[in-house]
Design a protein around this ligand. Structure first.
Ligand code: GLU
Length: 329
C-alpha cells in the first residue's frame, strides 16, 4: 500500500528541487527533435521504499522516454530466461571504459563488454525468449510495467525517429553479426531495442522501478514478484559498475548506490532494502548524465550517507525513512 514518507524526506526533495532548478548547466541530447525540444527546466524527483513509502517533488509526473535505463529490465528478463551463465555466454560483465555506443568486442569471444552499453544491450534484447519480435517486445514491456506497477506505453514518434536515424546502432548490430556475437537478425533486434528505449515513464515510475530492484524484485505497490532476488542483485551489480556511462566509477565514489541513467535525462538509483530514487531533468553533462539528477544524488547521498560501503552506524537513511505513522496516500 502506498503511504506518505515522513516530512523530512518530502522536505529534502522539495528543497533540492528549489536549489537545483536555477542550475542551467548541461546540454540537451539533440539527435532527434523530441529530445532536442525537451524543456530544460523540467525537474522531478521521487523516492519509494520497498514497503511502499513514497515522496516526490517537482515534475515527478512528467513523462520522459526511458532510453538506456531500459537496459536494466531487459537484462533482468534474460537472467530469468537463461540464468547468469546463459547471459554471460553472450555478453560480458566488465566496464568498457569507452563510450556507451562504442564498438568494442572482447578478443577471443566476441562478446560486447556488458549489457549496459548499446552493443551489449542489443545482444541482450536478442536473448529474450520469444517466438517473434512482437512477443519479445511485449515481454520486455511487461517486465518494465511490472516493475512500475502500471501498464507503460511506447512513444511511437520517438521510436520511429530513433529507428530512422539509428545508423550507429545498426552498424553495431551488423558488426556484431559479422563477428558472431549477435546471431539474430539485425533489423528486428534493433526494432525491439529502440522500442524499449522509447517507453514512457515518469520520475515517480523510475522510483517505483528502482524500489522494486531494492526490494529484491517485488513491486512495493502490487506485491507482484517481477524478477528473482538473484536477478535483482545481478542487475544492481552491473548498474554499480557500468550504469552511469563513463562516470560510473566517480558515481560509486560520491553516491555509492547502483544507478542507471538515460539520454532523455532520467536517472534511477536503488539502495538494496532501503529505497529507490527516480529523477528526471533533461540537460546532460559531458558524460551523458542528467546534470541536476547527478547533483541531487550527490547532495542526498552526502546528507543521508546511504553509500553501499558506509558503515551501518554512519547511515542516516533508515531513520529518515521510518514510518511516521503517516496516512496512506
Ligand atoms: N536510444 C538511445 C540509443 O541507443 C539510447 C541512448 C541512451 O540513453 O544512452 O542510442
Amino acid at each position: 500500500m502506498r503511504r506518505e514518507l515522513p516530512p523530512v524526506v518530502h522536505e529534502a526533495l522539495a528543497t533540492l528541487h528549489d536549489e537545483l532548478l536555477p542550475v542551467t548547466d548541461g546540454e540537451l541530447a539533440d539527435y532527434i527533435p523530441p529530445l532536442a525540444k525537451a524543456r530544460p527546466d523540467r525537474f522531478g524527483l521521487a523516492v519509494c521504499t520497498p514497503e511502499g513509502g513514497f515522496a516526490a517533488a517537482g515534475d515527478h509526473d512528467e513523462p520522459l522516454t526511458i532510453q538506456s535505463i531500459s537496459k536494466v529490465f531487459t537484462m533482468a528478463l534474460v537472467l530469468g530466461d537463461r540464468g547468469l551463465e546463459g547471459l554471460l555466454k553472450h555478453v560480458g560483465a566488465e566496464p568498457s571504459g569507452e563510450s556507451f555506443n562504442a564498438v568494442s568486442l572482447e578478443e577471443g569471444t566476441g562478446r560486447p563488454d556488458n549489457p549496459m552499453i548499446n552493443a551489449g544491450a542489443i545482444v541482450t534484447c536478442s536473448l529474450v525468449k520469444a517466438d517473434d519480435s512482437t512477443e519479445r517486445f511485449e515481454r520486455i514491456l511487461g517486465m518494465m510495467s511490472g516493475c512500475a506497477g502500471r501498464e507503460l506505453e511506447v512513444d511511437e514518434k520517438v521510436f520511429e525517429l530513433e529507428f530512422a536515424t539509428s545508423d550507429r546502432n545498426r552498424a553495431l548490430g551488423h558488426f556484431m553479426r559479422s563477428a558472431g556475437s549477435l546471431t539474430a537478425e539485425v533489423e528486428p533486434t534493433l526494432e525491439v531495442y529502440l522500442r524499449q528505449c522509447a517507453v514512457l515513464v515518469t520520475a515517480s515510475d523510475l522510483a517505483v522501478m528502482a524500489a522494486t530492484l531494492a526490494a529484491g524484485g517485488v513491486n512495493p505497490f502490487t506485491d507482484e514478484r517481477v524478477m528473482s532476488t538473484e536477478a535483482a542483485r545481478h542487475v544492481m551489480t552491473l548498474m554499480a559498475t557500468c550504469g552511469m556511462y563513463d562516470a560510473s566509477g566517480e558515481w560509486m565514489l560520491r553516491v555509492g548506490s547502483p544507478a542507471k541513467s538515460g539520454v532523455a535525462g532520467g536517472v534511477m538509483t536503488a539502495s538494496p532494502a532501503q529505497f529507490g530514487l527516480g529523477l528526471f531533468s533533461p540537460p546532460l553533462d559531458e558524460k551523458g548524465n542528467s546534470v541536476r539528477g547527478v547533483e541531487a544524488c550527490h547532495r542526498l547521498a552526502e546528507r543521508f550517507s546511504w553509500h553501499a560501503f558506509a558503515l551501518p552506524a554512519d547511515r542516516q537513511l533508515p531513520a529518515a525513512l521510518e514510518d511516521d505513522d503517516a496516512e496512506g496516500a
